[in-house]
Write a protein of this length. Structure first.
Length: 330
């Protein structure tokens, strides 16, 4: 039987992030929503708490924690505001984690310290307007490796010394990319078609594109119904060139080699991304006293309203336990 009692360290982290969300985020986040402004000050204060380095080793500037700790932080932030929660989740699980898990030592040492410190943010370019997140069928973005005279331009190139030869030339566009257009965005990891037979299986690879690279165009911030203080944009690539050593992981294994290594990559991110859910549902304590204050209609006295509140609490508790069970395998 798995125990869901938090360790002392996890409990202290939960309490610290909850206090931050309640005392620092809650009083000001409404203003960011009204101004449609990215909360740089809040992100900087989250960085000082070490939240962006939670699951990474100290050698890269991390906190030597784990993804469970990240999940706890996401839940407590989401209790107050989902914008700051998704900014943290995307920066860590989508942005920095692929660099850590599949990057070369040189790539890790180049990009991770700034990402772990929270001084810079990373984004992950997967979704496309015509195909959503359907990797094998809907992707249209391409990347071709242009090498020097006499060098092989074919598939099969692994990340390593040889991957530094030539340049990747990227063309296409990605949609709904979180953290792609902030003033502190460091890089976007782009999934692209790098080969394959016409009409057959396509080779998908990941390529790191630093912010500011020629040929990379970041669109305007989307007008959203929610998450109004997070950064979400379309990004386009027009003959965008990056060095050959910006290939992340093995060529043709761009979507975080799930078949060879289950649970490492997008599966892990999805578990982290699910964590703000219990936080949002955890706003039940706010709804309960609010219903009691509605003296004009006496909402809190109606049994039907009490049933709704009880159902909300049950769902929040169930979601939390389900996530704990999923996270136990991290």
């Amino acid at each position: 039987m798995i125990s869901y009692a938090l360790s002392d360290e996890h409990q202290e982290l939960r309490q610290a992030v909850a206090a931050f969300a309640r005392e620092v985020v809650r009083p000001v986040i409404g203003g960011y929503y009204e101004r449609a402004e990215f909360p740089y000050d809040l992100i900087a204060r989250m960085a000082k708490l070490g939240l962006f380095g939670l699951p990474f080793p100290a050698e890269f500037g991390g906190m030597d924690g784990d993804l469970f700790a990240l999940g706890l932080a996401l839940e407590e932030l989401a209790r107050v505001d989902s914008s700051v929660a998704i900014t943290l989740e995307a920066a860590v699980a989508l942005g920095a984690m692929p660099i850590y898990r599949f990057g070369t030592d040189a790539q890790r040492r180049r990009w991770l310290p700034d990402l772990c410190s929270g001084e810079r943010l990373a984004a992950f370019g997967l979704t496309e307007a015509g195909g959503g997140s359907d990797i094998p069928g809907g992707m249209r973005t391409t990347a071709r490796l242009e090498k020097g005279p006499g060098q092989d331009n074919g598939p099969g190139q692994e990340a390593g010394p040889g991957a530094g030869d030539g340049e990747w030339v990227i063309d296409g566009a990605k949609s709904f990319i979180t953290n792609s257009g902030t003033a502190i965005t460091s890089l976007i990891t782009v999934l692209a078609i790098t080969g394959g037979d016409p009409g057959g299986p396509r080779e998908i690879s990941s390529v790191v594109v630093p912010a500011g690279t020629a040929g990379l165009t970041v669109g305007q911030e989307y007008s959203k119904v929610g998450w109004c203080a997070s950064d979400t944009r379309e990004v386009a690539f027009t003959s965008c060139r990056v060095p050959g050593d910006h290939l992340l992981g093995a060529r043709g294994r761009g979507y975080a080699p799930v078949p060879a290594d289950p649970g490492r990559g997008p599966d892990r991110d999805r578990r982290a991304r699910g964590r703000p859910g219990p936080g949002v549902r955890g706003r039940v304590p706010c709804a309960t006293p609010a219903s009691g204050r509605r003296s004009a209609t006496g909402l809190g006295h109606y049994q039907a309203i009490r049933f709704k509140l009880a159902d909300m609490e049950a769902r929040a508790h169930t979601a939390r336990l389900a996530w704990y069970d999923a996270a136990a395998g991290w």
